[in-house]
Design a protein. Structure first.
Lengths: 348, 295
């Protein structure tokens, strides 16, 4: 009697469990920035490889670091920015995956084939890259054109007073100011920090605000004339404001990139590697670029770009402009605190 | 003689409250206090065994080039600004809120309920959404700007958004209900025959308000002031969004320390200092208003 009643139950629970077992063998847990990868692309990966992708999202490098340091498990691929990859390597939070030896890695173009934060690509593979320059509305500046220099942004013409916006981000603003002043952004010298502070204090009365949200809408609504901006956002600004011009200042432009890494102890390491390698196929990464509006480091992917994305010099700059890239660096604790003091003094 | 069973029962009944307070108040605050006297780790976090009072020193002094300490007023200025803004919000909501509460309390039962419902309607949506709505209202070419223009009153540019005026508007708007509701609650219970008695004894309306109504409303006013002042002190996205992020508030300052500045001990020390100041305000409040007049 007892066994007779038990059997159907066992069959039932086995049937219920079966799909979970099947998935456990083939899944990869991706932890990415919000709104940074198209769902159809993940679906296609699933169809082509049989590996299911579970997506979870975060908002900042710092929150990602805090989560991994606190011992978060259950992620197989995460997407930190350049400087954060370096921090995670130093903190021993990453699996060594030798991404440089993956079959599709040969397609990775300079400078991201050997970046300073991971020169032999032992821990990371490139995803998107971008630059932080500034955009202006050429229909509303004196003479219809501004000099291709950070001077235009930090010391704008008087007519633009109250019509300029800086990003509300200490690092982006400090890096740009350092490039303009030709000083080391990671300098530990208080005198250098003072120079940066003076420049930012002089610029402040010209600014409408410090704000990193809604940069596209603010330019499109013609609320302001100039905006420190990421090139992907500049591309989307131009969809509605044709007179917007994105500037690659000749002094240099902060260059950042996001990278796939595998956290230490990831359960689906092999699937993670398959996913990373698959994402380095030109057609696949191009689909991600078409969605995010940012370029990637894979040779030959631009032939799969949307026409306007491929034609946009802000996104797909000629070799001449690429020489202006200045990669982000990881600053020492002392330099970071100096930076924070400048930021506090700027806004006290 | 106390019955041991009573003692036990009392202890058991108090246990859940005590445990909740211990787990959710004492432990986190102890952790924060401990963290504030440690050294920061290179990439955020703290060195758990390296004691240091640097975080508290940093609040007052900065190191000069030759490592000598010089007074640094930046953090104090930020604290002062936050306190002034919160103080302004308290005062402005009081000036607007007291007459409102008095008016509502003087209506008949049904009207009162309707008016209270109206006061509470803003709570139905998130404050962040409502702040964004204010940005749309206040911006140049926004609803108020173009409305004034259509009436021939505006000169084309309102220029209010991203100024301290916009922050003040945002504060008064957001915190007004917190002032009206407690004052109304204390006035609602009032015995209005006392006001009639005051009139009979020769008081005019102003004297009656000042000598009878106001003292009765005092506990409500005090509660309202606390309910406005403390959240206003910690609020930072209203100044950030409406003020254009040109000046830091205590909240931003603390957030920066745990984020980009990677200086957790200083962030903890700032939180602790804020806590101490608020606690001080609370002590003053309870001392002053412990005995409500008329009780």
């Amino acid at each position: 009697m007892k066994t007779a009643a038990l059997l159907p139950r066992l069959v039932l629970s086995a049937a219920l469990l079966a799909p979970f077992c099947a998935h456990a063998a083939g899944e990869v847990n991706l932890y990415n920035w919000s709104d940074y990868i198209p769902q159809p692309l993940l679906k296609r990966f699933e169809k082509e490889t049989g590996i299911k992708v579970n997506l979870d999202v975060y908002e900042s490098n710092e929150s990602l670091l805090a989560k991994l340091k606190a011992g978060a498990t259950g992620y197989d691929v995460v997407v930190p920015s350049d400087y954060m990859v370096k921090i995670m390597i130093d903190e021993k939070l990453l699996e060594r995956i030798d991404a440089g030896k993956l079959s599709n890695f040969s397609r990775v173009m300079a400078p991201l084939d050997k970046p300073a934060f991971d020169p032999r690509r032992e821990y990371s593979a490139p995803y998107m890259w971008g630059v932080t320059g500034f955009t202006y509305d050429s229909s509303r500046v004196p003479g219809g054109k501004l000099d291709e220099s950070w001077k235009s942004f930090f010391e704008p013409p008087a007519a633009l007073k109250g019509k300029v916006v800086a990003l509300n981000d200490a690092n982006e603003l400090y890096n740009a100011a350092s490039i303009y002043l030709k000083v080391d952004p990671c300098s530990e010298d208080p005198k250098v920090a003072r120079q940066v502070q003076d420049l930012l204090l002089r610029q402040k009365p010209m600014l409408a605000m410090y704000n990193s949200d809604g940069t596209i809408e603010r330019m499109q609504a013609r609320e302001v004339i100039m905006h420190q901006q990421w090139n992907g956002a500049a591309y989307r600004t131009r969809e509605k404001l044709k007179s917007a011009v994105f500037v690659y200042p000749r002094e240099g432009i902060p260059f950042w990139n996001d990278n796939f890494v595998v956290p230490r102890g990831a359960k689906n390491r092999d699937n993670a590697l398959k996913f990373i390698n698959w994402m380095m196929e030109p057609r696949n990464i191009a689909e991600a670029s078409n969605f995010t509006g940012y370029n990637n480091a894979i040779k030959g992917s631009d032939q799969f770009f949307k026409a306007d994305l491929r034609a946009d010099p802000a996104i797909n700059p000629p070799a001449e402009l690429r020489k202006r890239f200045v990669p982000n660096k990881v600053c020492s604790q002392k330099a970071t605190q100096l930076r924070d003091r400048v930021w506090t003094n700027l806004k006290k | 003689m106390r019955d041991p069973r009573t003692v036990l029962r009392r202890a058991l009944l108090l246990a859940p409250t005590g445990l909740t307070l211990f787990v959710f108040m004492v432990i986190p605050m102890g952790l924060m206090g401990w963290m504030s006297v440690l050294e920061p780790d290179t990439y955020g976090g703290v060195r758990w065994h390296a004691l240091s009072l640097d975080a508290y020193v940093q609040f007052w002094y900065e190191r000069d080039l030759d490592d000598s300490l010089i007074l640094n007023t930046a953090y104090m200025e930020i604290f002062l600004r936050s306190f002034l803004l919160a103080g302004f919000a308290t005062l402005a909501t009081l000036v607007l809120g007291f007459p409102t509460a008095l008016y509502i309390a003087l209506q008949d039962e049904r009207t009162r309920q309707r008016l209270i419902l109206l006061i509470s309607i803003p709570f139905w949506t998130n404050l962040l959404v409502r702040t964004y709505a204010w940005m749309l209202l206040l911006r140049n070419g926004g609803l108020i700007d173009s409305g004034l223009g259509a009436l021939g009153l505006g000169s084309g540019a309102l220029d209010v958004l991203y100024t301290p005026t916009a922050v003040a508007i945002g504060f008064v708007y957001s915190f007004l209900p917190f002032m009206v509701l407690p004052i109304y609650t204390s006035l609602e219970k009032m015995d209005w025959r006392l006001v009639e008695a005051a009139f009979d004894l020769g008081a005019n309306r102003w004297t009656a308000l000042r000598r009878v109504v106001l003292p009765m409303a005092l506990p409500g006013i005090a509660a309202g002031c606390l309910l406005v002042f403390i959240p206003a002190l910690g609020s930072y996205y209203i100044p950030e969004l409406l003020g254009g992020g040109k000046s830091l508030m205590i909240g931003n300052l603390i957030q920066n320390q745990f984020g980009t500045a990677r200086n957790w001990p200083f962030g903890a020390a700032l939180s602790f200092t804020l806590l101490a100041l608020v606690l001080l305000a609370m002590i003053v409040y309870t001392r002053r208003f412990r005995q409500a007049p008329g009780e």
